[in-house]
Write a new protein. Structure first.
Length: 185
């Protein structure tokens, strides 16, 4: 049993498979914190706000592929572990391409009943690498605090003229690109 708390982002569109995967994870990880999504937009938001230690993804999704998810994750943090749990990767060439694209591994859904047994060594590796992920999580939290302080400062500014109001609006708009919104979490 893995004793460390693990933040796991599960990218899966089949709710039954998602529940089975979550149940298997709870058998091997004492304190899993799991978020579920099935699209790139939410994956992007979860990478920022949830700061997962590992991403588990299906290959076929309604609006994208698992390779699209993998590419997004690697752009965000190229050291983040990424594991496919899929029924699609049934040919050796596609499996090799997922590994060459940066996936840490893959597990076929036909093995979902013993997923824990197959997933445990991969998650133990994640735990060993968590030091750098904790640093990333702390940076994200610190950035959120900084952005919130800037917003607070801008809201409290005394504005005497229209030009100042326009400049403040422009600054807020520019900052909003980077603002971390955890109200949706």
């Amino acid at each position: 049993m893995i004793k460390s708390t693990l933040n796991i982002l599960l990218v899966e569109d089949n709710i039954t498979d998602a529940r089975l995967i979550q149940r298997q994870i709870k058998k091997i990880v004492e304190n899993p914190v799991m978020e579920l999504t099935d699209n790139l937009e939410t994956v992007r938001e979860k990478l920022v706000n949830f700061a997962p230690d590992v991403v588990l993804s299906d290959y076929n999704l309604p609006t994208c592929t698992g390779l699209d998810v993998l590419e997004l994750v690697k752009e965000f943090d190229d050291s983040m572990d990424f594991i496919f749990i899929t029924g699609t990767i049934n040919d050796e060439e596609l499996a090799a391409n997922t590994i060459l694209s940066g996936a840490s591994g893959y597990i076929l859904k036909k093995h979902i009943n013993n997923l824990g047994e197959k997933l445990e060594p991969l998650l133990k590796k994640v735990v060993m690498n968590m030091g750098s992920h904790n640093e990333l999580r702390n940076k994200i939290r610190n950035n959120k605090i900084t952005v919130n302080k800037i917003y607070d400062y801008l809201d409290k500014m005394n504005t005497d003229n229209e030009q100042q109001l326009e400049n403040i609006a422009k600054i807020k708009k520019a900052i909003n690109v980077f603002k971390i919104e955890d109200d949706a979490s």
